[in-house]
Design a protein around this ligand. Structure first.
Ligand SMILES: [Fe+2]
Length: 368
């Protein structure tokens, strides 16, 4: 029998009203609140300020979508100049807010951001000298960043994407409260839901998959397929928000141990070159990636059949129909990518760090 290791150190508080646990989780420590700018207009920033009370050290609101090194540099350096003694970061928002917090929590020797970027880019050895702890409070159901140690940091000037991943960048706590998701706009609800679907499937067609990640992933796929269309029709339903939050959490738990694979590897190019939001960029071609996964390994076929139902040969068509049913186009051409560019993009993605996690990845130099 094969031995399985599964590890996730995040203390999770989940359910409607979970936010009320926040003051207790801080255990008397002061916290910097990192939150997306639109939160002020919907009263969420004020609500967080009240929840933190005397523990609030500062509020950082200039979180950008897909955080870029050029935007993070001044934020990071001011943060470490002014908040060196603050022990905790409370990140509230989607993946961008939590990823920004993960960059901020990682301290360099002199407080300079470029040492961190050089380490991420592989230009210089990097040893962070100090860390703050992170309480992640997602307001979307999809990113999974609240239960993983990874942050995506973009460098548009160099047309690159970096992955920050250190043993210390796991959040200490994830507070998952569906009440905070009730005001999520339809487009973001859809994008984050499809991101979660992608995380679950990527955890299955993954060389690092194991029976524990499979359990989370299969259950997540079932939930997302059942709940996401209902939620799009009834966005004010707290019950459906709660079920979708749990589904996204399961997907996060699955890929927290496998990492992502080919669909995410393709998505980075689609975001950099074609400006697609992450949730669409990593999901529009899931049927195509599924077709490539089928038949690669009997054990993965079995789990995919469990997740997507039989007959498996028909699963790519059904998956595409599900995504299209949500109003998302599923062909590269729909996004202005011609056949040659799509082929090149997939080849490039297969040889990328995440692409090599895909069970259908070929040794470098071979055609997929
Ligand atoms: Fe993702």
């Amino acid at each position: 029998m094969t031995t399985t290791h599964y590890f996730n150190p995040v203390h999770i508080v989940h359910g409607a009203g979970a936010l009320s646990a926040l003051p207790g989780l801080l255990e008397g420590r002061r916290a910097a609140l990192v939150i997306f700018p639109e939160a002020r207009g919907i009263g969420l920033t004020a609500r967080m300020e009240r929840a933190l009370g005397d523990a609030l050290a500062c509020v950082i609101e200039d979180v950008r979508p897909n955080p870029d090194v050029a935007e993070l540099r001044p934020l990071y350096e001011r943060f470490w100049r002014e908040q060196a003694d603050t022990e905790v970061i409370v990140a509230v928002g989607g993946g961008s807010a939590i990823d920004t917090a993960k960059a901020l929590m990682t301290g360099t020797a002199g407080g300079g951001f470029d040492a961190l970027v050089a380490g991420l880019a592989g230009d210089a050895p990097f040893a962070p000298t100090h860390f703050k702890s992170l309480v992640a409070i997602p307001t979307t159901a999809g990113t999974g960043s609240e239960v993983t140690p990874w942050a995506t940091v973009w460098d548009r000037e160099r047309q690159r994407k970096y992955s920050l991943h250190l043993p210390q960048t796991w959040p200490s706590h994830a507070v998952i409260d569906p009440e905070l998701m009730l005001s999520l706009p339809p487009a973001v609800t859809l994008q984050s839901g499809l991101d979660a679907l992608s995380h679950a499937l990527e955890a299955i067609w993954n060389v690092h998959a194991n029976p524990i990640s499979d359990t989370f992933a299969v259950s997540a796929v079932h939930d997302i397929v059942a709940v996401l269309p209902q939620l799009m029709a009834q966005p004010a339903s707290l019950e459906l928000r709660g079920r979708m939050a749990l589904a996204a959490l399961k997907a996060g738990m699955a890929f927290s141990n496998t990492k992502t694979a080919l669909a995410h590897s393709i998505s980075y190019e689609m975001t950099l070159r074609h400006g697609l939001p992450h949730g669409i960029a990593c999901s529009f071609m899931l049927d195509d990636v599924l077709s490539r996964a089928l038949g690669q390994r009997p054990d993965r076929d079995r789990v995919l059949a469990e997740a997507l139902g039989a007959p498996l040969e028909d699963a790519p068509r059904r998956l595409a129909a599900f995504i299209e049913g949500l109003g998302v186009k599923t062909r590269f051409a729909d996004y202005g990518v011609d056949e040659q560019e799509a082929r090149d993009m997939v080849l490039h993605a297969l040889s990328g760090v995440r692409g090599r996690n895909f069970i259908g990845a070929q040794p470098a130099g071979e055609q997929p």
